[in-house]
Design a protein. Structure first.
Ligand code: OAD
Length: 283
């Protein structure tokens, strides 16, 4: 049952206090994020007023047939997105979540639809390591892939790829170091399945979580949109952060109609400090 979003936010018995109590008492927290958490970092969302899908047709750019027919057009778009994202920095919401992941020793796990790598960068920066060196059990589960990784269109070899993409001709596009074939962005395109191992892992995290914290997703794209439902159906509690209501808001007990970078740091403030890796936080 959703607590009245107009009820007091702060102070004794306020909605922030109630949310902190739920999160502080949780053994495991699943954090489900979408493009909205990166909006204040300058990364466009997909369906917002200035979103990617308002300007481009996904079927023209983000699907295997488009890549087969015109790899140069598809790579030119991804090269432009990579350059834009490379100029963006994680925001306060990314860092607040990264702190909780690190200080809970993985009892908090991020499951993101975002391919921008900003969660990984925030965790790596707070850990003092390179993004590629973040231990697997602390890495976000990036369900839709990572825009700074490439995968061979023939043999499937995948690897990080941070260099600028030379999209002046098909011949200058990145090729597989193993078989020489053209590589593609290691992201999930329309009509493609998610990595099943990663999806099964994400479903396990969702079902095991005492609290699901849903941040900045329209809740429209499957199977990611089903994960908070799995948390709820397994008895977990749902908290949502999104300026607008979504199909997931009906699952939430607490909905913060706010921008992530504004409310998430305040929401998670004081939750740090793990007692011996038990997944519990000092109040
Ligand atoms: P959408 O663009 O569909 O939704 C973004 C959500 O973020 C909306 O609900 C906004 O209200 C919310 N939002 C906007 N600004 C925000 C802010 N500052 N703080 C918090 N929330 C904010 O993006 P996703 O839900 O992530 O798929 O889209 C899911 C998938 O659809 C993407 O991963 C992509 C796209 O097609 C693939 O690429 C496979």
């Amino acid at each position: 049952m959703l607590i009245d979003p107009a009820a007091p936010l702060r102070g004794p018995g306020g909605r922030l206090e109630l949310a902190r109590e739920l999160l502080g008492a949780a053994q495991c927290v699943a954090v489900f994020t979408g493009a909205g958490i990166s909006a204040e970092s300058g990364v466009p969302t997909f369906r917002g007023a200035d979103g990617w899908w308002r300007r481009y047709r996904p079927q023209d750019l983000a699907n295997p047939l488009a890549f087969r027919d015109d790899p140069l057009l598809v790579w030119s778009w991804y090269a432009w997105r990579r350059e834009l994202i490379a100029r963006c920095e994680p925001n306060a919401a990314h860092y607040a979540l990264a702190r909780c992941v690190l200080e809970s020793a993985g009892a908090w796990r991020i499951i993101t639809q975002n391919v921008d790598g900003l969660h990984q960068r925030a965790i790596a920066e707070l850990s003092g390591v390179a993004p590629g060196e973040v231990p697997d059990d602390l890495r976000p589960l990036a369900l839709h892939g990572e825009i700074f990784r490439v995968r061979c269109s023939e043999c499937g070899h995948a690897a990080p790829h941070l260099e600028p993409i030379d999209a002046t001709s098909v011949e200058t596009l990145p090729c597989c170091p193993e078989c020489g074939a053209l590589t593609r962005p290691a992201v999930v395109w329309f009509g493609e399945s998610l990595d099943n191992t990663q999806l099964q892992h994400a479903m396990g995290v969702a079902e095991h979580a005492d609290v699901g914290l849903v941040i900045g997703t329209s809740g429209l794209v499957q199977p990611a949109a089903s994960l908070p439902h799995m948390t709820r159906q397994a008895g977990g509690r749902i908290i949502e952060v999104n300026p607008d209501p979504t199909p997931l808001t009906e699952l939430a007990e607490l909905w913060f109609a706010s921008k992530a970078a504004l409310i998430v740091p305040e929401l998670l403030e004081g939750l740090a400090g793990l007692e011996g890796g038990t997944g519990r936080f000092r109040p």
